[in-house]
Design a protein around this ligand. Structure first.
Ligand code: FES
Length: 331
């Protein structure tokens, strides 16, 4: 249980007022409640104040209490009880709320927190140098099926890897947060299964899916990731701008099969593309990963297996670093 206090006086502005648009909205919101129950509007009004100012100031709490004819202590109780209210200034471009509850923790939330510590600040609620970013760990946000996830503002970013979260943080830091797609960050529609439906299919599609899976299982007994079967897959062009840059085969290429999901067949395709080293894989941005994923018809497998993080560890310190990061030997 955290202790939630108002920000120090030095951060508190002298006064608060809703801007013109929000003032009209607040009046309408208060009128939605039956006579004598106007105080029930406190939560929406406080949220609107937070959206306007970035956080909930003492002046805002007192102003809203006055508007609703409440004792200040009652409004303070609400502000300090609900953790969605930020009682201190947070990043002006993004306050990243990382879910650390069990499903997200089991699916890699700790890696996301490491990213926040390295890219924003070592401590939660502290802002980065230019005051644009901050972060905190929060409890379950109700998107467990797409764990791990973060919330920024009113949006969720799900099915994350550390590499993808870094890209999202970079976008917000550059003022381009609105360009980042919200929701699942892999090939998933809302909370449907990864890679497409597996149930509630038409009989024909069901038969195709079962036959396709049986065939794939028979053909792929190893741990190597199998390209998805059954659907017409359109390979991206080799001339596409998102194709990762290839290199000449070095005298001693890295053993790409140490990356979970890469077997002999996939390794030879990567070689054909000029991919021979862990460092190359570790440097892939989202567009490049998406291109390779499409080329291999993997439907999100590269993100799910987190090739970039695996390759980063292998490039940095080989098997020893991999064991340090993942707690097990590669493959
Ligand atoms: S545990 Fe993270 S969203 Fe539920």
């Amino acid at each position: 249980m955290s202790v939630r206090r108002l920000a120090e006086d030095q951060f508190q502005p002298a006064a608060f007022a809703f801007n013109a648009e929000n003032a009209v909205w607040a009046e309408k919101t208060i009128m939605k409640y039956p006579e004598g129950r106007q105080q029930s509007a406190i939560i929406p009004l406080m949220m609107r104040a937070q959206e306007q100012e970035g956080w909930v100031t003492r002046a805002a709490i007192e102003k809203i209490a006055d508007m609703l004819d409440m004792a200040y202590i009652r409004a303070l109780e609400v502000a300090t009880f609900y953790t969605q209210f930020q009682l201190n200034p947070v990043g002006t471009r993004a306050h990243v709320q990382v879910c650390g509850t069990t499903p997200c923790m089991l699916r890699g939330a700790e890696g996301l927190i490491k990213v926040c510590k390295s890219r924003i600040h070592d401590h939660a609620f502290e802002r980065n140098a230019d005051g644009t970013l901050s972060w905190e760990e929060v409890e379950c946000q109700g998107a467990c099926v797409n764990a791990p996830m973060v919330v920024i503002g009113k949006d969720t970013y799900e099915d994350l890897t550390p590499a993808r979260l870094e890209e999202i943080i970079d976008a917000f830091a550059a003022g381009k947060g609105s360009e980042v797609p919200t929701g699942p960050q892999i090939d998933r529609v809302f909370s449907a299964p990864e890679g497409g439906l597996t149930s509630l299919l038409s009989d024909e599609a069901k038969a195709k899916s079962v036959a396709g899976k049986a065939k794939a299982a028979a053909e792929q007994p190893s741990t190597e990731a199998a390209p998805e079967k059954g659907e017409a897959a359109k390979k991206p062009s080799l001339d596409d701008k998102d194709r990762p840059a290839g290199i000449e085969r070095p005298a001693q290429p890295d053993d790409l099969q140490l990356i979970s999901g890469v077997g002999p067949k996939i390794e030879s395709i990567l070689h054909e593309l000029g991919i021979f080293t862990f460092a190359q894989v570790a440097s892939w941005h989202q567009a490049e990963r998406h291109w390779v994923d499409g080329y291999l018809n993997f439907k999100g497998r590269i993100e799910r297996d987190d090739w970039v993080r695996q390759a980063e560890a292998l490039a940095k310190g080989g098997e020893a670093e991999y064991i340090k990061v993942f707690g097990k030997k590669p493959r």
